[in-house]
Design a protein. Structure first.
Length: 500
């Protein structure tokens, strides 16, 4: 009964006029940035982060969450129509979705993707509501040693599941940990890595770091070429799939939803890994695998359901444990910290309105996305005709205004520009910046829990292996680290992200 009472409270918060409007704005923006190649949810959330200062915490998170799961919907539109994934999770959708479009079944493919995404998103939200309270109760038994070990496990998992080379991913996390240590040491009051600069005493600004690494970096990378695209299909006919297509699609939706819900819980997992894994499973169990790659409905239904379920369930470790499973969840934690809210198991007791309001808004947002996506397909197609060099000046100005508004200082703009150059260099070196962001977020918390654990154990480091749960978490991290060293595992990992 507590679950229904909490959900009723959540809907009373999510259905306020302001929150419904912000949920719609987030879902609409998410769909648009999913459709437009080169501008992902990380960059968009980074640009909008300064605006959340003026909003209530629950309203800000409702909008940012809508951008994230809305992008998973929108990415399928370009994948199907023009063979161009708007989001990394929609890479697999291109394979069969575009082939269906070439056969004149673009409307059917879009409908399968939208309905499958809606079902998966609804199930994923239900899992958040049902599982989070129990996971939070388990997390309350965590001490400093367990939290430190859990964060180590999360960073190791992020290394394995991040695209690109393992060494590059490790390097990015270490750089993130180093950047997170800039500022005043809370315990001793010593200035660290400030180089005599007063602006760095309070540490690096999260919004400037995120906006520089993602928004500014994306602008520089994408401005080098034009993103105008021509629609490869003719007029879109009926948006309703045939009986045979529906028969082939619905079991794949169920399997993709289940797989995505599980993989979304993993640090570094989420939408991309879920979509690849679900497609491979569908192809292996199909009666006629030769259909895949030629317009198989299951090849559209499974990855779309999986990436949306994975996107939704990735909120669970972020909300209950305070561990971001990907870069977007790290951004969400940053938004919470802006409002002095500490993510973790206490969030449901200290900020129940925020937690349940966010959960309830996801059902509202998923319903909005079905309404937004299908009728506006023609509009999204027209957006694809706009050359990118018309878009990036407006994005750049909006970003700089947002950074200036944080503290009414140009320092944040300079800092964002510096990180933009760093992000561009990392992009040219094929280093993914998302692990850096994870390291930046988790670094200060890891240091705090490490010191607390050593203080309670009077400096005895064996506390991390003598406490059973902490030892299990560290053992899991060790197994993951050793596993990725094997050449066969490393090869498989590189093959999975080869198209990303």
């Amino acid at each position: 009964m507590d679950l229904f009472a909490n959900l009723a409270n959540g809907f009373s918060i999510a259905l306020t006029l302001q929150n419904v409007f912000l949920c719609f704005i987030g879902a609409l923006l998410g769909t648009a940035i999913g459709v437009l190649p080169g501008l992902g949810p990380l960059a968009t959330i980074a640009m909008l982060l300064p605006l959340t200062y003026a909003l209530e915490p629950v309203s800000a998170l409702i909008m940012l969450a809508g951008i994230y799961y809305g992008a998973q919907y929108g990415g399928s539109t370009t994948a199907i129509l023009v063979n161009l994934p708007g989001e990394s999770g929609s890479v697999v959708t291109c394979i069969d979705g575009h082939q269906m479009a070439r056969k004149g079944r673009a409307g059917s493919a879009l409908a399968i993707a939208a309905v499958g995404s809606f079902f998966a998103g609804t199930v994923g939200t239900l899992l958040i509501a049902a599982l989070s309270p129990y996971l939070a109760k388990v997390a309350l038994s965590f001490g400093p040693a367990e939290y430190f070990s859990l964060m180590v496990l999360g960073l190791i998992a992020a290394v394995i599941l991040a695209s690109g080379g393992v060494l590059k991913a490790v390097s990015m996390i270490l750089v993130g940990l180093l950047l997170g240590s800039v500022g005043i040491d809370v315990s001793s009051g010593v200035h660290r890595f400030t180089f005599g600069s007063f602006e760095l005493v309070d540490g690096l600004d999260f919004a400037a770091l995120a906006m520089g690494l993602f928004a500014f970096c994306d602008i520089m990378a994408n401005a080098r070429g034009s993103h105008a695209r021509q629609l490869a299909t003719g007029k879109i006919a009926s948006l309703w799939p045939s009986r045979d297509e529906f028969r082939k699609a619905w079991p794949a939706v169920l399997r993709g939803t289940g797989l995505g819900s599980v993989l979304g819980l993993l640090p570094g997992g989420g939408a991309t890994l879920s979509s690849f894994a679900s497609y491979m499973i569908e192809k292996k169990i199909a009666r006629d695998p030769s259909e895949f790659g030629k317009g198989a409905p299951a090849g559209v239904a499974a990855p779309e359901a999986a990436n949306n379920a994975g996107a939704q369930s990735s909120f669970i470790p972020m909300l209950t444990l305070g561990i971001p499973s990907n870069g977007v969840m790290a951004m969400m934690i940053g938004a919470m910290m802006i409002h002095n809210i500490v993510p973790g198991p206490q969030i449901m007791t200290r900020n129940p309105d925020l937690f349940w309001g966010l959960v309830a808004s996801m059902w509202i947002g998923n319903a909005m996305l079905v309404i937004i996506n299908l009728p506006l397909i023609g509009l999204w197609v027209r957006f694809l005709q706009i050359p990118y060099f018309y878009l990036f000046p407006a994005i750049l100005i909006f970003s700089m205004v947002g950074l200036f508004s944080i503290e009414n200082s140009v320092t944040a703009i300079y800092m964002g520009a510096a990180f933009g150059l760093l992000g561009y260099v990392l992009n040219r070196l094929r280093c993914e910046p998302a692990p850096l962001l994870l390291g930046f977020i988790l670094g200060p918390m890891m240091e705090e829990y490490l010191r607390r654990a050593l203080l309670l154990s009077r400096g005895d480091p064996s506390v991390f292996v003598t406490r059973p749960l902490s030892a299990v978490l560290l053992a899991g991290a060790l197994v993951l680290l050793v596993t990725v060293i094997f050449p066969s595992v490393r090869k498989k990992r590189e093959e999975v992200f080869a198209e990303n």
